[in-house]
Design a binder for this molecule. Sequence first.
Ligand SMILES: Cc1cc2nc3c(=O)[nH]c(=O)nc-3n(C[C@H](O)[C@H](O)[C@H](O)COP(=O)(O)OP(=O)(O)OC[C@H]3O[C@@H](n4cnc5c(N)ncnc54)[C@H](O)[C@@H]3O)c2cc1C
Length: 413
Amino acid sequence: MPANELENLMTEIIVIGGGPAGLSAALVCARRGLDTTVIEKRSFPVIKTCGEGLMPGGVDSLKRLVPQKLINKIEYHPFAGIRYIAPNGECASGYFGKGDGWGIERSELSKLLSLAVEQEPGINLLENTVATVEGSAEQPIVHFNSQTLRPKLLIAADGLHSPIRRWAELNGPPSKLKRWGLRQHYQITPWTNLVEVHWSKDMEAYVTPVSPNTVGIAVLSHRELISSWQRPISLKATLEVFSNLEPKLLSSEAKDQLIGIGPLHQTVKRTGTGKVVLVGDAAGYLDAITGEGISNAMEQALLIDRIFKKQKEKPSIDELVFNYANQLPALMRRYYWLTHLTLLLHRRPSLVNQVVRVFQKTPWLFNYLLDLNSARSFSEAANSSLQIHGRSYGRELLRVVTRRSIGEIRKKS
Ligand SMILES: Cc1cc2nc3c(=O)[nH]c(=O)nc-3n(C[C@H](O)[C@H](O)[C@H](O)COP(=O)(O)OP(=O)(O)OC[C@H]3O[C@@H](n4cnc5c(N)ncnc54)[C@H](O)[C@@H]3O)c2cc1C
């Protein structure tokens, strides 16, 4: 195509992928006055393998992105914290300090974000449309339906195994950590306002209440059984290894098909180059063990917004790509740290038993780790935790110090 013809087809922003990352990024770009086109290959609402637990930090981000009147139209189930159930049957519960998490089916989340996008002037939302990319990261050319566009910025929000990340040569080295995930919904009244995490020898089951009569189950594992998710396998047979799962759940009706995805760990060299930025799972993903992927996706969109906001005049794309790729690692550091730490537990049932026992004795530690899960940094988590749980931490500290001092006095005498 001649250069001048291409020039006429220039557009400001193209977002490929209409998951939480793509839709959130489109909202912030359009609100900064940029002409934005979102291309999604499936029809809305889009579903995906997910534990569907939105942590309190993610709930805050969602509320910043979407008007309350739209939130009022969707169904979600608040949860107050997380309960770990160890392989030996012992359990410990941790509670969020600030705000609830939400169990929200992906179809509801997709409905919410796509409604917000549809109502935003300046966004052209295309569904059932596959986008392909050619050219270079410095001058990307996007084809869809029978159109060709050359965006000033290409936002790749095309998910875990992002073909655009590969095309832009931003893939990192393959990982040795291979884990897969499954999910299915069951028709049953939730029996708790916590997300339950059941640990077994080599897999975990996440039980999340998502509506007054629906519970979602996600399973994460490195097992072969899960790597063959494309063949029909029974989630219930898999769940039988979890001896402490609510028996009613095992006999309840599945509401939909079992779906799965993997391997999960995807590394990236960098999250932006030329005129391309990666958001959401496309920007790299470690594991779903701490349930933060959706929160991260929205936080990344809000980072784009903050960078645009700092620019004095018209948004500059080159500056955005540079700053986004430089600032994202610091924003994701807490997620990677916490996820690596939690991954130490998988495949180590006796360690899980011990950790659950520690959490039973020091509930403030579990609460702090949950606050960390929702905070942007360690100090923010410590601050909010101290404000909320300060008194109980203080009591706990006093108890430990008193016990130690008595021990030392006894030793001396
Ligand atoms: C088992 C499991 C449990 C999880 N549990 C949780 C949890 O409890 N809480 C949480 O916050 N996160 C959880 N996650 C992570 C979360 O699901 C992801 O982080 C999140 O979906 C990332 O959103 P995304 O928009 O980046 O990607 P996606 O949601 O995958 O969206 C990508 C979109 O791009 C579209 N697309 C791809 N290629 C093209 C193309 N060429 N043209 C047009 N469209 C295209 C796809 O159709 C898709 O809709 C879990 C993940 C797994 C696997």
